[in-house]
Design a protein. Structure first.
Length: 637
């Protein structure tokens, strides 16, 4: 687990285009900066209903202390309560939330960063707006005055916003383009509740804790619940690039998507590969420099992958001349599980919550802000599932008897103890081929198909399910429109796996440590350019991310770039047979599952037995079942 400190990082990355200065010039009027991460929560009620109380808002915000340990703030009026917890990147007077306009009729709370706030502020000041602080978030209320809900198109950053206009009688909820920052809501009984995490809404005492069985089936299939759903039937995620606008007079709400990645332009077809390299390199460099601005220690995760570090961590650190920290961690797995699950109120089944939390905790001991390489695989074609989809076409050319023979032989073989290897990859490849071809590359991310679903759930639970777990993937392929096959697959990844799994993992585990994580590769200018790239620069001849690797090789040793991909994972299949076995037996005991009346006991016992005997690797489905059972008990669903 590695990261490096701000001083070397800022100097090296900025020096390439700015000489010896390690940050862009800052106008003197903005020399004091308050850049905050936090958690937000609030309630709006219809006319005639009792106003939200301070006690309720305070209870909601208390659940978000880990997101903002430094300060709290709230304001109630016009039937709307806005609350927040603040992690101050600089603890400066005047950086409090909610933010107000000059007349105090408009107020807002937000979680995130507005990276272009200086430019926006200068423009607003020229138009006559007056500011009470030097914070980035205060531009929101003034932008609303000038542009209405279209103001969101002016923002560069990661954010979840709640804005109330008492004169226009409107409440607005906004989420950033890629869904980097979370926002949940519940609209029922003439009440709208919202918050950065589900636990904040539950703390209000106004949300029914009813399990959504369709969402549960999707969770076990994909290891996440597709947006806008959650495991609770009355609670929703605001989708990435989404707006919810509530008319406080009629108490009618409308939602819409305000951003979608572009399709290639006609002029793009004339660009050479070298020209694409120059464009992407420049845009990524600008995004990184934009997000390096900070007046507190800043670092970056060095996983050793192309996206996070441009390399193998230790060699890249030496090449760049940066301060490099390495920590060897030997966690107590069961205790760590208990410590992390309170942050999984919107659970995911991704094993890598463990290393993500541990690296965040160690980084937080020295820095308050870290850069991460998340988004590179989803934007530039980095997953092996795309290679599997290419090879599936070759597989179909084999004679039927050949395919049957190979499949039967692999069924007979036991999984190997190593993480990947030829046997394990071949078994997973054939398993994915058994799923619907219409799922494209995503079928290799599916861990519970129809056969296992029908064997796992009792008949009454199956009868109550109305939606196929695969339906959101098929719908996203339709929404991708006329994009090429590779671009359509990346569109699906961006709208599903990235936002509902990867970014949830990073947000929850970093916020559990009160660490702000920034993701330059998910700057919307980078994303928009990536979606204009031709397919040959994303997946080519069985190779992933060719363009990004070529750019990376400009900056770090080539041998650090062109090497086998390794995921940021843990040996969970071995842990379930060792240190985590008692926890698995406890959470998946027949007595416990029998009393809940959802799963077939025989199927769960078979999955455990086959895994413990080494016959099959059922770690993904067993782990997801464990996470769900802990979630259900912890949140009393």
């Amino acid at each position: 687990l590695t990261y490096f400190a701000r001083q070397g990082c800022g100097t090296r990355l900025a020096a390439r285009s700015r000489g010896r200065n390690n940050r862009p010039p800052v106008p003197s009027s903005y020399a004091i900066k308050v850049r905050d991460m936090c958690g937000i929560a609030g309630i709006a009620v219809a006319q005639g209903r009792p106003s939200p109380t301070e006690r309720t808002v305070h209870a909601m915000c208390l659940t978000l202390v880990h997101r903002g340990p430094d300060e709290s703030g709230h304001d109630i009026g016009d039937g709307v309560a806005l609350g927040m917890r603040r992690l101050s990147i600089i603890d400066v007077e005047g950086g409090h939330q909610p933010y107000f306009d000059e007349s105090r009729r408009i107020r807002a709370v937000f979680n995130g960063e507005i990276y272009n706030f200086r430019e926006l502020r200068a423009e607003l000041e020229r138009l006559g707006h007056r500011f009470a602080s030097a914070t980035d978030g205060e531009v929101l209320v003034h932008l609303w005055e000038e542009h209405g809900s279209d103001f969101v198109h002016r923002l560069n950053g990661m954010f979840a916003i709640a804005l109330h206009d008492a004169e226009r009688r409107r409440l607005l909820l906004v989420r950033d383009r890629l869904g980097i920052k979370p926002l949940y809501y519940s609209l029922n009984h003439q009440r709208l509740l919202f918050g950065s995490e589900i636990k904040a809404l539950l703390a209000s005492g106004m949300v029914e804790r009813a399990l959504d069985l369709d969402a549960l089936a999707s969770f076990l299939a994909w290891e996440y619940v597709p947006s806008p759903g959650t495991l609770l039937s009355g609670l929703r995620k605001l989708e990435p690039g989404g707006i919810l606008e509530l008319d406080l007079d009629s108490f009618q709400a409308s939602t819409r998507r305000w951003w979608d990645p572009p399709v290639p332009l006609e002029a793009d077809r004339d660009l050479t590969d070298d020209e694409w390299q120059e464009r992407v390199d420049a845009v990524v460099g600008t995004a990184v420099r934009r997000q390096l601005v900070s007046d507190v220690p800043l670092g970056a995760f060095l996983s050793g992958g192309v996206d996070s570090s441009l390399e193998w961590a230790r060699r890249v650190a030496a090449h760049l001349g940066i301060t490099h920290k390495v920590d060897q961690i030997l966690p107590q797995q069961a205790e760590l599980f208990d410590g992390l699950m309170p942050f999984m109120d919107d659970p995911i089944g991704d094993f890598s919550i463990f290393p993500t939390y541990l690296i965040s905790r160690h980084a937080r001991s020295e820095v308050k802000v870290a850069l991460s390489g998340d988004g590179g695989d989803e934007l530039f074609g980095g997953y092996e599932t795309y290679i599997a989809q290419e090879r599936a076409r070759l597989w179909r050319r084999l004679p039927a008897f050949g395919r049957s023979g190979l499949s039967a032989g692999l069924d007979w073989m036991r999984p190997r103890p190593e993480k990947k290897g030829l046997v394990n990859k071949a078994k997973r490849f054939v398993e994915g081929l058994g799923h619907d071809n219409a799922l494209g590359h995503a079928r290799w991310r599916l861990f519970m198909g129809r056969r296992l679903r029908e064997a796992l759930f009792i008949p009454a639970a199956l009868d109550a399910m109305n939606t196929e777990p695969e339906s959101h993937i098929l719908a996203l392929f339709e929404q991708a429109g006329d994009r090429s096959k590779v671009s359509a697959g990346l569109y699906v990844d961006m709208r599903s796996y990235l936002t509902d799994n990867c970014l949830v993992k990073v947000d929850r585990m970093s916020m559990a440590c009160s660490l702000e994580v920034r993701v330059p590769l998910l700057d919307h200018e980078v994303a928009e350019l990536a979606f204009r790239l031709p397919d040959r620069l994303k997946v080519k001849g069985g190779k992933s991310k060719p363009l990004l690797k070529q750019i990376t090789a400009r900056h770090v040793p080539r041998e650090c770039v062109y090497r086998p991909k390794e995921g940021f994972s843990i040996p969970i299949k071995h842990w379930l047979c060792g240190s985590l076995r008692p926890l698995m037996e406890e959470l998946l005991s027949s007595d416990r599952l029998g009393s809940e009346g959802v799963f077939r006991l025989g199927t769960v016992e078979r999955l455990k037995r086959e895994h413990l005997n080494g016959q099959e690797n059922h770690s993904h489905i067993l782990w997801s079942l464990m996470v769900f059972e802990d979630w259900r008990q912890r949140w009393r669903v």
